[in-house]
Write a protein that binds this ligand. Structure first.
Ligand SMILES: Nc1ncnc2c1ncn2[C@@H]1O[C@H](COP(=O)(O)OP(=O)(O)O)[C@@H](O)[C@H]1O
Ligand SMILES: [Mg+2]
Length: 351
């Protein structure tokens, strides 16, 4: 086993329990409707770190000044960074990583650059174009101002440019007429105070590629979210119902599993596309790339997720498991990648 490290699991609790008072979000009219799945990855990571012989602890970053100074004083050798927001604002995810950089700390997952590039889906798509990574044609607009427009064709999907966890995405996100399109743009702007990303809707299989590594990142076996059993007439998208609303039919009839019946050529195209995306957005240690595969065998990148959900029922672990890793080994790999990353190597203090 590698040497024993003090590892603090850094996390935020925003959106976890809506019955408890939450800090007032700093951004006006931002709504967080997200509900977490039952298992917290932080508890499973804690157990895995103990099994590996490390000394884990928890460090919550709830957005008060005190937690920032506690973090600055932490004597942990490494931080397992699970934060997704700061003070109820999920656009501040990147600032947490930047703060860790300023403190000179070693931490797992993406740096602020990758968090910035991946969070703004429209910016990420512009980068994809440069790297010849296929992604749906799109337009972005905000309160009458057009940022970018391609000649998009119906059906379209309308989403907030900078959210995750399917916030703002549901069965009504897919639109087939100008009226529906305008209504949905209005909804995204009003509800989320966000520019609307209008993308061509790609009919096809929903494939996720987990990627692990830095100098030589590796795409793990592909996972598919089977949306084919969604009720008749419901758009085949992984919206909030599918991801979070346990009591709905949509949640119950959809499940992720290792992708089957993909031939070698398609598998390698999906994996290659995921790796190109991972590199283009400068993801680090681990990430998950969400793609669509059409009946013709074309691959479209839908989005990249730095620091994806790591619980034992996550797609990321499903892929790691299929590749032969146990949960503990997956956690070990991420810790080792963070420790050995070029940018971090010199920071690790001897103790
Ligand atoms: N252009 C698209 N074509 C087809 N389905 C899409 C498209 N964009 C999003 N979706 C569907 O909506 C889901 C959520 O979109 P995504 O951009 O990944 O949002 P989030 O960041 O909230 O996960 C995707 O997993 C997919 O099912
Ligand atoms: Mg997604």
């Amino acid at each position: 086993m590698a040497e024993k490290l003090k590892i603090a699991i850094l996390y935020d609790t925003w959106g976890e329990d809506e019955t408890e008072p939450q800090p007032e979000p700093k951004r006006k009219s931002r709504k967080r409707t997200r509900r977490r799945r039952e298992k917290h990855d932080r508890e499973e990571i804690f157990e895995a770190l103990e099994k590996l012989g490390h000394e884990p602890s928890y460090l919550v970053l709830d957005g008060t000044d005190k937690t920032l100074s506690t973090l600055a004083k932490s004597d942990a050798d490494l931080l397992f960074n699970l934060t997704e927001s700061y003070a109820g604002d999920d656009t501040k995810e990147m600032h947490v990583a930047a703060y860790l950089d300023l403190l000179g700390r070693v931490y797992t997952g993406a740096g602020p650059q990758a968090l910035y590039l991946a969070q703004d889906k429209s910016l990420a798509k512009k980068l994809f174009k440069f790297h010849n990574i296929q992604s749906p044609y799109f337009a972005t607009c905000y309160r009458g101002r057009l940022d970018h427009a391609e000649d998009v064709k119906f059906p379209l999907i309308v989403k907030p440019t900078s959210e995750d966890g399917s916030i703002g995405i549901d069965q009504f996100s897919v639109v087939s007429s100008v009226k529906e399109l305008m209504e949905r743009i209005h909804y995204i702007q009003e509800e989320f105070d966000s520019p609307a990303l209008i993308e061509e809707y790609i009919e096809g299989r929903e494939i996720y590629a987990a990627v692990l590594g830095n100098d030589h990142p590796e795409a793990l076996p592909l996972i598919e979210l089977d949306l084919s059993k969604l009720p008749e007439g419901m758009a085949k998208v992984a919206g909030t119902e599918v991801k979070w609303e346990k009591d709905t039919e949509a949640y119950k009839v959809t499940k992720s599993a290792p992708a089957e019946d993909l031939d070698e050529e398609v598998t390698s195209l999906l994996s290659k596309t995921a790796l190109e995306t991972y590199r283009a957005l400068q993801l680090r240690d681990y990430g998950r790339i969400d793609m669509r595969l059409t009946a013709k065998g074309e691959v479209y990148v839908i989005e990249a997720n730095p620091n994806p959900w790591l619980s034992s029922n996550s797609e990321f672990f499903m892929a790691a498991k299929k590749s032969g890793l146990s949960y503990t080994e997956m956690v070990e790999k991420i810790v080792e990648l963070a420790r050995n990353d070029r940018r971090h190597r010199d920071r690790l203090r001897d103790n």
